[in-house]
Design a protein around this ligand. Structure first.
Ligand SMILES: [Zn+2]
Ligand SMILES: [Zn+2]
Length: 313
């Protein structure tokens, strides 16, 4: 016999019931509502909704650039209650402080995605760490030191060597870590050998330790990097999710068009071929679902983001 939760899951998948407004708490085919922290805003309103609906996602956080304010407002008006947003601006430009301040005053709930060729502990990023603390919003950072294509260059280099000093120096700043270097360093002994290392996780890695030691650090599980880390070592994954159940956030960073893997899913990134033709959101929700309890699943895919982004539940 199906439990109520399973029943609602089956009905939700088969009949595409609205994700919000079914009884008191929203449900989805995943058994509980799902919030995607890492969703790059698409040009057309309908394309944004198509990915959420296709992957069974309730609501999402749009990652935008400073110029995209009107587009965000149009989407929020057209589809009320399903989108929050972050905004990014180049930390190397002096106007980034004004731009980000204005966007937060206009409703952005964080800085991101911050993906720039600037050192993690450099003056440009430090200026924005201070600003994020003043504005009381989190800053979402892409850490990557192995090229996906020739001459790509590093993004926020210095994660393994310098980031702990930033966590200490900016205790009032809430950091959300993401991408290759952040998740590869869950395993000890990693030295940028590959963007997406495989095989069992060596216990005691830097990222695991930082998540345990610093209340101002959270982890965004999006993209191939997050999915790859979760897929390497099932016993480790179950324990990792349990230990950091209040610090981890589901995100997709998926570029597929329909929530089922259509379109170009891993363009310009041959190293991520394992997810080509697949929806990253679906793949990561599936590994989370089989790796943890429904209570922890709900925290990672819904509750934690609502607390951190101060979204009314
Ligand atoms: Zn990224
Ligand atoms: Zn997708």
């Amino acid at each position: 016999m199906l439990s109520r939760r399973q029943f609602l899951g089956v009905v939700g998948a088969a009949a595409s019931w609205p994700a919000i407004g079914l009884g008191d708490s929203p449900v989805s085919e995943w058994g509980s509502p799902v919030f995607d922290l890492h969703f790059h805003m698409r040009g057309e309103s309908a394309a944004n909704v198509r990915h959420l609906d296709g992957a069974g996602i309730t609501s999402a956080n749009l990652l935008t650039r400073a110029a995209a304010g009107d587009q965000v407002r149009a989407l929020q008006t057209a589809v009320p209650g399903r989108f929050t947003w972050f905004c990014s601006a180049d930390p190397a430009t002096p106007q980034s402080v004004e731009e980000l301040t204005a966007r937060v005053k206009a409703g952005a709930r964080g800085f991101g995605e911050m993906k720039y060729h600037l050192a993690t502990d450099g003056p440009e990023f430090r200026r924005l760490y201070t600003l994020a603390a003043e504005l009381r919003v989190p800053i979402l950072i892409h850490f990557q030191e192995v090229d996906h294509f020739e001459n790509e260059g590093t993004w926020s280099p210095g994660f393994a060597s310098s980031f702990e000093r930033m966590l200490k120096a900016f205790p009032q700043t809430t950091f959300i870590g993401h991408a290759d270097a952040f998740w590869a360093n869950v395993s000890a002994g990693y030295h940028n050998e590959a963007a997406y290392p495989s095989g069992p996780i060596a216990r005691g890695g830097i990222t695991d330790k930082l998540l345990g030691d610093y209340p101002n650090l959270y982890g965004d599980l999006s993209a191939n990097s997050g999915n790859n880390m979760l897929s390497r070592d099932p016993a480790f994954t179950a324990d990792f999710l349990r230990r950091h159940q209040n610090k981890l956030l589901f995100g997709s960073d998926c570029a597929c068009t329909d929530g089922h893997g259509s379109g170009v899913s891993q363009g310009n990134n041959p190293g991520a071929a394992r997810l080509a033709g697949k929806c990253v959101a679906r793949e990561t929700l599936t590994v989370l679902k089989r790796s943890t309890s429904s209570e922890i699943f709900r925290k990672i895919t819904w509750d934690n983001a609502h607390s951190l982004l101060k979204i009314p539940a």
